[in-house]
Design a protein around this ligand. Structure first.
Ligand code: ZN
Length: 424
């Protein structure tokens, strides 16, 4: 299963014509599926139960024949058949590391690691000191990133989280160039440094940060760049403990490019059917991983694909952002609406104090009613409605049916933002 020497390099793969890449990736997909079927008993069992043979899976579309593997399934499988639930495709004694993540779930170390983001590929590397603040214990993030950084030629200072004063000292004394970790932790370090009397921009050498692992890191990223001149690479990095890297940001900061080391699908979580670009659904991943081949692993994360070419030159599909967990979203006339999306729309209207989106289904058609409470009743309601309609359609890709202005206090504080009242 070693990648063939004659195959395209990762850089070539990311930039080739999409149809050509698709063919290549489908070839690798077929290989990993045949391999997994032969070596991982749980894969064989799952395929046999669904009446699917590896030879039936030739194209990405064919993957729809395979039922999704959800985290809960994996937890149950591991419980019944510890430690890996029949998904390990190599001998147990060949594993270098085993991680545990919440669930509890055990993950063997695999070859495909935690990518550092596409923006990292050329201008960075040897001779630079990087602080890796991901935890080195139990979960794969710290060690996985450590390995990737060292492979790229960086000198790594493994610091983990906590001990903020010590982190400030290390960052200062070693003239650290790069930071890897969550945006909120970098903020804590900067605040601490300033509290200790440093002028962060002048006294420190921090040039770039690869921050991720948190939703909504955008405002902090902006602050790091604008106030401290720290280049934040590639926006978010999207990785999970079970899969490793799924998508990475690029230097254009225009969303995250999907990994070429896996097949990534966006599907309707209810049916497992693939959705078209722009439609929001669950991210499902089939990593090309000969250690732990989770075929069609449903991450539970919601996102959509953007296929327009990116200014960075990569032609791989992008995921603008992770929109939340599929359990919190409501599907309305075929489109998912997540509270994060409706929040985004409403946040543009300071004249609205509270809102609630109610989904009903009279006459077998989904209807969405947007209830809003106003800060000031005298605003031009017609104008507001029109603006809301436009922004809602832009962000959620589906229209609401009507707006209801309700009196203050009708929507309880902390009430669910999307309520599904449909009866079938
Ligand atoms: Zn790009």
């Amino acid at each position: 299963m070693e990648k063939k020497a004659s195959g395209p390099s990762p850089q070539e793969l990311e930039r080739m014509a999409p149809e050509k890449r698709q063919k290549y990736l489908e070839g690798r997909m077929s290989e990993i599926i045949t391999y997994a079927y032969e070596r991982a008993p749980a894969v064989k069992e799952r395929f046999d139960k669904a009446g699917v043979k590896p030879s039936d899976i030739r194209t990405v579309k064919d993957l729809e024949k395979i039922p999704l593997l959800r985290k809960d399934d994996l937890i149950a499988l591991q419980k019944a058949n510890p430690p890996f639930g029949g998904y390990l495709a190599v001998p147990m004694d060949s594993l270098e590391r085993i991680y545990q993540s919440p669930g509890p779930i055990y993950d063997p170390q695999r070859k495909r690691g935690f990518g550092m983001g596409a923006g990292m590929s050329s201008d960075f590397g040897k001779g630079q000191i990087v602080m890796n603040t991901w935890s080195y214990h139990i979960t794969p993030a710290g060690l996985g990133v450590d390995q990737t950084l060292r492979n790229l030629g960086f000198t790594v200072v493994p610091t983990g989280t906590g001990n903020t004063e010590l982190q400030v000292q290390i960052m200062h004394d070693l003239k650290v160039h790069g930071f890897v970790g969550t945006p909120s932790f970098l903020k804590i370090i900067i605040d601490k440094a300033e509290e200790m009397g440093y002028d962060f921009k002048k006294d420190f050498n921090l040039k770039w940060a690869m921050v991720g692992g948190e939703m909504g890191g955008e405002p902090l990223r902006k602050l790091f760049q604008e106030k401290y001149g720290i280049f934040c690479m590639g926006g978010d990095n999207y990785a999970t403990a079970d899969i490793g890297t799924i998508a990475t940001g690029c230097e254009k900061q225009a969303g995250m490019h999907v990994s070429c080391d896996a097949i990534v699908e966006i599907v309707d979580p209810a049916t497992g059917k693939q959705l078209t670009p722009g439609e929001v659904g669950e991210v499902v991943v089939t990593p090309f991983d000969e250690v732990y081949p989770l075929i069609r692993f449903g991450t539970g994360d919601l996102a959509c694909f953007v296929e327009e070419p990116c200014g960075c030159g990569r032609t791989t599909p992008r995921v603008p952002k992770i929109m939340g967990r599929s359990g919190e979203a409501v599907r309305v006339r075929g489109m998912f609406v997540h509270p994060k999306q409706s929040d985004e729309v409403i946040s543009r209207f300071p004249e609205i104090s509270r809102y609630q989106l109610v989904v009903v289904r009279p006459q077998h058609r989904d209807e969405m009613v947007l209830k809003v409470e106003l800060v000031d009743e005298t605003v031009d309601k017609e104008k507001l409605k029109t603006a809301l309609d436009k922004d809602f359609r832009d962000v959620c890709k589906v229209r609401f049916d009507r707006v209801e202005f309700v009196a203050k206090g009708i929507i309880a504080e902390g009430a669910k933002r999307i309520v599904d009242e449909r009866k079938y």
